[in-house]
Every structure is written in C-alpha cells, then in structure tokens.
Design a protein around this ligand. Sequence first.
Ligand code: NAP
Length: 482
Amino acid sequence: MQTRNLIGGQWVGALSGREEPVNDPATDEQIAMVPHGGSLDARAAIEAAYDALGGWQQRTANERAKLLHRLAALMLERQERLAVLMTREQGKPLAESRGEIGYAASFIEWAAEEGKRLYGEIIPASHADKRILVLRQPVGVTACITPWNFPAAMITRKLGPALAAGCTMVVKPAPQTPLSAIALGELSIEAGIPAGVVNIITGDAEAIGDELLSNPVVRKLSFTGSTGVGKLLMAKAAQNLTRLSLELGGHAPFIVFDDADLDAAVQGAMATKFRNMGQTCICANRFLVQDRIYDAFVGKLLEVVKGLKVGRGSDAGVHVGPLINDAAVQKVEAQVEDAKAKGARVLAGGCRWAGPAGLSNRFFQPTVIDGFTDDMLINRQETFGPVAPLRRFTTEGEALRLANDSIYGLSAYFYTRDAGRLMRVAEGLEYGIIGANDGGPSTVQAPFGGMKQSGFGREGGKYVMSEYVEIKYVSWGGVGSA
Ligand code: NAP
C-alpha cells in the first residue's frame, strides 16, 4: 500500500524529505515510514484542494453521490484488509476494527444521500415585486484534523458531508494512525473522485495546523481531538475567522438507578467502558450507582470484567488490546494510584498486564475501582483507559448534580425503568448525547456532538450538512406584475 502524502492526486513525500515511523502498539514493531510534512506541504495540499474546487462544485449532487457510494462500497469490499491494517497501527481488537470500517463507510453513504437534499427556500417577501431566495452552497476548501482512536470513522464523518456538499478537503490524520487515512485516500482515487478533492498530509501537527488556520483559502476546519488542542485551534482560527467544528474530550457519567434492569445496565457498561480499551470520547468515565442496588451491580459487573481477555488485537477472542502509547498507560496508572492513595479500593485489575514475550508493556488490565470521590483525578480527567470507577448516590437530584459536575458535556448514560424519570433525567443532563438504557448511542442517523468544553458542531444525521454549507440570501427585486 501507499505510505506517502496525497496531494492533487499525486503520492508524494514531504518537501523536506523527512519521514516518521508508524509502530504497532502491541509489539513496538515498526510497520511503515510516512512523510513528516510541514507548512509547505500543507500549503501545497490547500492549493490542490482549491484547484479542484470549481470542477467538484459544478458536478451535480447526484454525480458526487455516485462517487461517494463507490467509495463506501470499496471500503466494505476491502473491509477485512482495512480492519487488519487498523488493528496493526491502532491496537484495537480485530472485530472492533471491522465494525469501525462498516461504521466509517456508513458516514460516506449517508452523506452521499444527504447531499441531494440541500434544498433552498423561497420566503414570502413584504413587497409584491420582490422574492426572497435562500441558497445553501458549499463553504469551499475545508480541512480536518483527526485523532488516532477511530482512525477511519473520524475522517469519514467529516469527509463524507464535505464532499457531498461540494467542498474539497485537506485531511491531517493522527501520527499514530496515518495508514488507515492513506488507505482511504487510495480508495478515493479508485472510486474515481477527482484529483485534489481529497488530500492527505501527515507530519508536524502544529506547523500543518498553523498553515490550515492562517491560509485564507481554508474556510472551515473540523477538528476531533482533545479539549486542550481544540482551544488552541480556536484561538488560531480567530485570525481569519475560519469556521470550526470542535469534537473534543468527554467525561461521561453512567448512572444506574435502583429501578434499572441490572443485567442490561452491566451490558451497557461493558459496551461503553471497555470498547477500544476505554479510549473513546463517549466512554463512561464515572459510574454513579444508587445505594440500594450498588452491591448487586458491582457483583454483576465484576463477574463480566473478570472474563475479559487481554492481548494483541489480532488474536482470536481478545477483548482488550494495548493502549496507544506509553503516555496513555502512564496517565491511567497515575489515576489509579491517585485513587488508591485517596482511599478508593481496587476490586479488579489495577495495574499493567504482563503478556507473553514479544508484546509491549502498554497493556492495562480491565480495572474496577470502588468508592471514587470528588477530589480524585479520575473524577475530573478523561481516563482513556479500561478503568471503571464507581461511587454511591442516594437520590435522583444527587445523581444529576454529580453527573453535571464536569467541564465536559459530550455523552452521559443512565439506566431506569421509570418512564417519568427517564424523561426528567434526559432533560436534566448537560450532555449532547444521552444513552437512556443504551450503552451504544453512536449511529450515523443521529446528531453527534458535545456541549460545554466538549466543543460544538454536530456530526451525523441531517445536521452534519449545515457544517459544510453557507446560507446565502438573494433579494430578487423587480418581479413586477403580469
Ligand atoms: P489530540 O492530542 O488533541 O490530537 C488530535 C489531533 O490533533 C492529532 O492529529 C494531533 O496531531 C493534532 N494536534 C495536536 N496538537 C496540535 C496543534 N497544536 N495544532 C494542530 N493539530 C494538533 O487528541 P488525541 O490524543 O489524538 O485523541 C484523543 C482525544 O480526542 C480525546 O480527548 C478524545 O475524547 C477526543 N475525541 C473526541 C471525539 C468527539 O467526537 N468528541 C471523538 C474521538 C476522540 P499530533 O498527535 O501529531 O500532535
């Protein structure tokens, strides 16, 4: 496969000639070298995206949709190969990588159809000889910067709607997982998407980001990543008032009320907590469990957690693979040690997993912690690891207060069988995505995005298209009368 940047339909190295390695997090083995591009490479990609813009906009939505459907079909046709590649560079279990490719293709398919529905409007005017027209037009050259935890889906969530709306795009993937992005670039060419419509550059994030936000040709940047970097980018976007979508970090509460179906709650907890080794932005980060059923819930959760198999993502039956890098494991360790020092009890796991020879030391055991408190790091910082901390609450009001006590507002979960409570709690939670008796709310049809310091903008559903269109108003005078 290709390992170079895609600029204007050409596969090229960095202008500086520099390269950087891509490693398998499970073994530390180097699997490829990719270009370490910088601002000049970004500029070339922006120019290529600009050159391609006119031709792409002139195509009809139907023509663009056909090409996007072809791209999605190719992704599904090559699902196994793409999944193996993803597990290799990212570490997640193969079954999850297969799932991600399907999920990633669904964003392209969905956007292809939504692009056909970018309707305008005619609004009644207050003068008889005027008409008010509203047009929805592509914003122009767009860019995205994406994280490593979902190496394909975080790109297609942006690329699909941008292309469907008639925009071109420069993609800057995470350095840990550039190969999945490059593979998508290869498929975009095979699907017949014209040169320059999709450009991919790997390299120095700050230099590339600075160029994307200082170059006036770029009209929109969609970023998925940490809240810290999101804030930096927002400050830089002020230069040209570049439009932004920010999909940032989270710290999801998971509330179990005493009227909940406990087995369903445990199943939901497992789905949201341990998928991708706990490295998802909508991952449950704090479990709030009502007093009366606390012990029963913990008992059932422990039973399932202790059955999780840790190992290399490519090995059969593995549920929990390696964390992405050393810093990620150190962060999880620090949170667990801090919780222990402040009085929490480790009920399962609590330390690294030592696997067979040849594996890296980036594996962390699935962990359950009893009795976390307000002052612990784990109660505030995004964990991004396979650790489930629990605490008790007594009343619905207390649960809501604890749940909302966070700078983040991305996702929240709760389990109850009381319909009135379901509505009250869903309305009371200050989060953009709510799993009510559901541990897996992400789906292409729904608006995905956060509140507070989890960012703004929505991806998915009909809502995503508005991120890539400008609304233009034409006041049409002199219509006269017959
Ligand atoms: P990150 O450190 O913020 O990095 C995300 C991307 O930004 C990477 O491509 C990174 O490249 C780049 N970047 C870093 N500093 C930059 C700068 N100064 N200018 C321009 N680009 C810069 O986040 P991550 O660790 O990769 O991903 C995990 C985070 O993403 C978590 O906080 C998670 O919650 C969040 N996330 C959010 C969503 C959502 O939809 N809300 C979805 C998935 C993940 P380098 O690594 O080369 O610096």
